[in-house]
Write a protein that binds this ligand. Structure first.
Ligand code: PMP
Length: 285
């Protein structure tokens, strides 16, 4: 994937796709001093672009480093990269990390911070699950306590167990894995938040130890507009049995219906379809 034509924005300028390399002694590679964003551009406009840039800067702060660009500079960089590739519809990946420097140990105060922004064309994240409903496995790993790691940062280190859990899920023919948290409550999937429907009301885990996704907040806004009650609360896995519908939200996932989690079954119902279709309309508006 690295040897192809295209442009990537790196440290203030566009470089050839195949030249967008980093050194082996990159601190972020050894010690996960790296944060990132996933965004989508629709019809030439990145949905909630500034909020993503703000979150990137906030994630870096959680990890004790400073991104050397302002929100406005990051905004300009994203559109410069999109324009250079001729894309109006693409996924945008911004990443910031501590580079190699004098310090090759854990401490890295003097190592420069680098920023790169790439993009690619990315259709349905879960393939045909978007129509039929995704199948989820239950991960054996748990989302960690906020006392163990900065859980509200979109930081590379938080994704180690995501990749491991998603690989196990895929080996069982599932699209993704659902995490419980360190207390045993239902948390989120490996790159998406989760919602449930019961008796016309919506229940979603309270984001107190994982990312409060921008798509999640958008969907809650859409439900509020319809005067549908949303309960943000701790959900026990035993409750899954009683829920009628389920969907995932995320920039890449958009609103994807869920048909199965382990032995639990959900219908792809009217509210799920409404959220999925209305989100698509909203991002393209
Ligand atoms: N949780 C995790 C672990 C994620 O990676 C993502 C995707 N960024 C989300 C939730 C959803 O966040 P958003 O809606 O902001 O994309």
């Amino acid at each position: 994937y690295d040897d192809r034509d295209g442009k990537i924005w790196m440290d203030g300028k566009l470089v050839e796709w195949r030249d967008a390399n980093v050194h082996l002694l990159t601190h972020g590679l050894h010690y996960a001093s790296s944060v990132f964003e996933g965004e989508r551009c629709y019809n030439g406009k990145i949905f909630e672009s500034r909020r993503h840039s703000e979150r990137l800067i906030a994630s870096a702060k959680w990890l004790d480093f400073e991104i050397p660009y302002t929100v406005d500079e990051l905004e300009a960089a994203k559109y410069e990269m999109l324009k250079a590739n001729g894309w109006t519809d693409a996924y945008v990946r911004a990443v910031a990390w501590r580079a190699s420097g004098e310090d090759m140990g854990v401490s890295a105060r003097r190592n420069p911070v680098r920023v790169g922004i790439a993009g690619w064309e990315w259709g349905n994240y879960y393939g045909d699950a978007k129509m039929k409903g995704a199948r989820l496995d239950v991960a054996k790993w748990k989302r960690p306590s906020p006392e163990t790691i900065p859980v509200h940062a979109k930081a590379a280190g938080l994704y180690m167990i995501c990749t491991m859990s998603k690989h196990v899920a895929e080996s069982k023919g599932c699209s993704d894995a659902l995490f419980m948290d360190y207390r045993g409550y239902v948390a989120e999937a490996t790159g998406a938040n989760i919602f449930f429907v019961k008796d016309g009301e919506v229940h979603t885990p309270k984001p107190d130890c994982f990312l409060n996704g921008i798509t999640r907040q958008t969907v809650i806004g859409m439900l509020n507009d319809r005067q549908i009650k949303v309960h943000e609360r701790h959900i026990m896995p035993e409750e899954l049995e009683g829920f009628e519908q389920c969907w995932l939200t995320g920039t890449a996932a958009e609103v994807t219906p869920v048909g199965e989690i382990g032995d639990w079954r959900f219908e792809v119902g009217a509210l799920t379809r409404d959220m999925s279709d209305s989100y698509e309309k909203l991002v393209r508006a």
